[in-house]
Design a protein around this ligand. Structure first.
Ligand code: SF4
Ligand code: SF4
Length: 257
């Protein structure tokens, strides 16, 4: 019987903390299943020998933070049929994007003194700013179940599932006591689900790490948070921490409330 070749996968890291790649390493219970579906030919974090492509599926972690990373992500795109951005850095700019709100020259000098000529740092952008992205797995870090579900879907030619509802929905399914009822500022009503309401399930407020839920009714949802004392500024600051380059909040910024 002829063996059907498995899709070739590359896993790459740009600027980030590598936490999303570590989450892939942490899928022990599903590792054999995943390796049965795809052939990971490139993953510098986990393999000694790595292919130079091409790949059927590329998973890219991290934001584009250096000029050299623009070229790198373009090369990965050229050699990949499907490109998936993984984690808040790759999908929205992520925590490194805090840099965008500071004076770049001052920051360079603070860290490197007057030896800054070698730095090719640029404004932080998500991967989709430079190349076409076929799917995004948000979160800081990316949820490992999102990764498993994405591999399973892509291996059979389907689009990875996206949760187009808020964290509150998953929190209700888990029958958690609502933290808003305790007067806590939880970003669940306006944050994209998919993490199985991880933080509220453990008693911590949602910080909005998966970014704003698509097609959120900002007026209605904001009213809930406003009644608890949250200002627009407070909500924007939460989201900007993970999504410094997101245009998803433009509508919210314009709202006269
Ligand atoms: S999204 Fe979070 S966990 Fe993933 S690389 Fe960026 S900072 Fe690290
Ligand atoms: S509950 Fe909120 S902060 Fe926690 S993992 Fe989910 S989206 Fe991120």
């Amino acid at each position: 019987m002829t063996e059907v070749s498995k899709p070739k996968v590359g896993i790459f890291g740009l600027t980030g903390c590598a936490g999303c790649q570590l989450n892939i390493l942490n899928i022990e219970d599903h590792l054999l299943e995943i390796l049965g579906l795809v052939d990971i030919t490139t993953w510098v974090m986990a393999k000694a020998e790595n292919s130079d492509g091409p790949w059927d599926i590329a998973f890219v972690e991290g934001s584009v933070a250096k000029a050299s990373e623009i070229e790198r992500v373009k090369k990965i795109r050229e050699k990949s049929k499907i490109l998936v951005a993984i984690g808040a850095c790759a999908t929205h700019g992520g925590l490194p994007g805090i840099r965008n709100f500071r004076d770049m020259e001052k920051m360079k000098q603070t860290v490197y003194g007057d030896q800054t000529d070698h730095l090719d740092v640029i404004e932080i952008k998500p991967v989709s700013h430079y190349v076409d992205v076929d799917a995004e797995l948000p979160g800081c870090p990316m949820n490992k179940n999102d990764f498993i579900n994405a591999v399973k879907a892509l291996a059979v030619g389907k689009t990875p599932p996206v949760a187009n509802y808020s964290v509150c929905y998953e929190c209700r399914i888990r029958e958690n006591a609502c933290l808003l009822n305790e007067g806590k500022f939880c970003m669940g009503p306006v944050t994209q689900a998919g993490c199985d309401a991880l933080c509220p399930t453990h008693g911590a407020t949602c910080e909005g790490c998966r970014g704003p839920v698509a097609q959120v009714n900002w007026g209605a949802e904001y009213k809930i948070l406003k009644d608890l004392g949250a200002t627009k500024e407070m909500i924007l600051r939460k989201f900007l921490k993970y999504c410094p380059s997101s245009s998803d909040m433009d509508e919210f910024k314009e709202l006269e409330i």
